[in-house]
Design a protein around this ligand. Structure first.
Ligand SMILES: NC(=O)NCCC(=O)O
Length: 384
């Protein structure tokens, strides 16, 4: 008997809900209806042939008198690992380069200006195991590694900014490991890097064994296509983390992730979307797909039997806009490329309408937070 596979929420809604009700359900669950982008036939054919989900949506803004539209196309890529996790390290990396390279090629055909890959995209998400070997061998220099060189070639070839989240080895600081997103400019130069600020200690996400909380703050990268930031995976549960990227001027915040259904799927559609609303910016949530098996069993001190895998990485990558609208998610089970055309003018238009930045009491929060982190802090609770 074949196993029941739940491919996506959208597909199920479209299959079972009558049209009139579906329109209302989508309005409530997804916000305003997005214009579908007509993607080139060559791209659609290539996606079919290469077996990945390809979808395209536009987030339009109202015309303005003094500014022209500021349109940028982003591409979100989600993918499975290719080889078994016990294949030679370089073979695993090379196979992923090849697969992602062929998806990026389609992104280029679709006119994508900025592409973002999933968290630690060159490797299996092996941080559940707590083993050092061979996983630490996947670490590379952010500035000069094999993978960064590969992304530089893609960036130059396609005139595309490439956000490449990797396991970084920092040779300048004793070979320290970090969970880092490298931002490669469309010119092919490394614009810089942004390290994961929040390290999970939940479920099988035993990442604190490998790297510490990042030390690059809330860096924003001024690209030719807009100001971007990268809030890596677990950082999406921290509203102040999103806020700080936005405070530094991010217009688009990418959230490359690796997370599994049993742990976080009900939170997935809310967190990045809420961040887009709260911070008057676009957010792009990207998750890996599929199952990854590890030879040695592991446990995570939660009473569960020793096991060989994290569970299912559910993909479902999506884009959310400051007006609360969002794209449908990519497949839960297949590799995919989501192309989204964003008119960045929407950020200011929504800021002028809702005024969250203006009405936020940042001075009050700053003052109270400064006190709250002091040892002598006492909560402001009135008791009878
Ligand atoms: N990669 C990572 O930080 N995962 C933690 C689990 C989650 O945030 O859903």
């Amino acid at each position: 008997m074949s196993e029941y596979v739940f491919e996506s929420l959208e597909k199920t809604l479209e299959t079972y809900i009558p049209d009139a009700e579906l329109k209302e359900i989508k309005r409530i669950l997804y916000g305003k209806e997005l214009r579908k982008i007509i993607l080139p036939q060559t791209a659609l054919d290539a996606a079919l042939e290469r077996d990945f989900d390809l979808q395209g949506y536009a987030f339009d803004a109202a015309p303005e008198q003094l500014r022209g539209p500021r349109v940028v196309r982003v591409g979100l890529i989600q993918n499975k690992i290719i080889l078994p996790t016990d294949a030679p390290v370089l073979d695993q990396i090379t196979a992923l380069h090849k697969r992602v390279g062929e998806i990026v090629e389609v992104a280029a055909i679709c006119g994508v200006n900025i592409v973002c890959l999933q968290e630690a995209w060159t490797m299996p998400f092996a941080f559940c195991t707590r083993e050092r070997v061979p996983w630490t061998e996947f670490a590379e220099s952010a500035e000069d590694g094999f993978t960064t060189h590969f992304c530089q070639e893609l960036a130059k070839k396609y005139n595309m900014v490439v956000v490449s989240p990797i396991l970084e080895r920092d040779e300048i600081h004793g070979g320290t490991l970090w969970n880092t997103a490298v931002v490669v400019s469309n010119t092919g130069t490394v614009l810089g890097k942004s390290r994961k600020n929040h390290i999970p200690r939940v479920g099988d996400f035993n990442e604190s064994t490998y790297y510490m909380e990042g030390n690059t703050g809330h860096r924003v990268f001024q690209t030719q296509f807009g100001k971007i930031a990268v809030n890596i995976c677990y950082g999406r549960h921290h509203p102040l983390n999103w806020l700080m990227y936005s405070m530094h001027g991010a217009e688009i915040i990418f959230n490359p992730s690796a997370t599994v259904g049993a742990l976080s799927e009900p939170m997935w559609s809310i967190e990045a979307r809420n961040a887009a609303i709260a911070n008057h910016c676009f957010t792009c949530a990207i998750n890996r797909v599929g199952m990854e098996y590890f030879k040695n069993e592991f446990t995570s001190g939660d009473g569960k039997k020793a096991h060989h895998d994290f569970g299912h990485f559910y993909g479902s990558s999506y884009v959310a806009a400051p007006d609360g609208s969002r794209s449908p998610g990519l497949s839960r089970i297949k590799d995919g490329l989501l192309v989204a055309e964003l008119d960045l003018n929407l950020n200011q238009q929504i800021a002028d309408k809702w005024n969250f930045k203006m009405t936020g009491r940042y001075d009050l929060y700053a003052e109270e937070l400064t006190k709250a982190v002091q040892h002598a802090f006492r909560p402001n609770i009135v008791k009878e």
